[in-house]
Design a protein around this ligand. Structure first.
Ligand code: CA
Length: 226
């Protein structure tokens, strides 16, 4: 199938190679060489997947991603990074990237990741999970509490999905790490910071806290305190 892609990459030779490769494979590709233009095009929308470089002039990839999610756009983002450090990857995910690829990479690998993201997005996942006043459509990455739409990152969506599946039961920390990050699960600090961020979104603006810590075990969603 033919995809519509946005490529945000300032490195001209790499951008040209990616452009040529995807055009020859029958996909449509738009290009921005800086983050500010990239963000404008990304917000205008209509793309199946955004291929986003981390280091960009005018607005870096992480900031672009954060603003895109803030604007309520759920287009899948594949982050390209020259810096193979776990920190950058984790930050990328926290800011709303869905996958990453470390430079240099093979074009076929890039294509496989892009197709995978597109499939995941259009997989027809229209499940609605809810507990008390909280509801989540994982496929649309749409979360609401008391009628207020809350903008979750991909990781936060996966964590909340796992919590909602088990609510009001307890989800162990190791299960949440697996749900959030899969095989590249980081340490518990990353989980704590994501739980903090999730609380700020789903609990802080509201009267009743829903997300509770079960010390030494994990976390649970619960509408009433025992
Ligand atoms: Ca760059």
């Amino acid at each position: 199938m033919s995809l519509s892609l946005l490529l945000v990459e300032d490195q001209r030779d790499l951008a040209e190679s990616i452009w040529d490769f995807f055009e020859r494979r029958g996909h449509r590709i738009d290009h921005a060489a800086d983050g500010a233009l990239g963000l404008r095009l990304a917000i205008d929308g209509g793309f199946d997947v955004i291929i986003l470089d981390l280091g960009l002039p005018r607005l870096d990839g992480l900031e672009l991603c954060r603003r895109l999610r803030e604007a309520g756009r759920g287009t899948p983002v594949l982050m390209l990074t020259a810096r193979d450090t776990l920190d950058d990857k984790l930050r990328g995910f926290a800011e709303g990237a869905d996958d990453y690829l470390v430079k240099p990479f093979a074009m076929r690998e890039l294509e496989a990741r892009v197709l995978n993201l597109q499939r995941r997005q259009s997989g027809g996942d229209d499940r609605v999970l809810s507990h008390g006043p909280l509801s989540l459509r994982p496929g649309q990455r749409s979360c609401q509490r008391e009628g207020v739409e809350l903008a979750l990152s991909p990781i936060q969506t996966r964590l909340l999905e796992r919590l909602l599946q088990t609510a009001p039961g307890v989800v162990r920390s190791e299960d949440l790490l697996q749900a959030g990050w899969g095989e590249m699960a980081p340490g518990s600090d990353a989980l704590h910071s994501q739980i903090r961020a999730l609380r700020a979104l789903i609990d802080r603006p509201f009267a009743q806290p829903l997300l509770h810590t079960v010390h030494g075990l994990g976390y649970r969603l619960q509408t009433t305190i025992d």
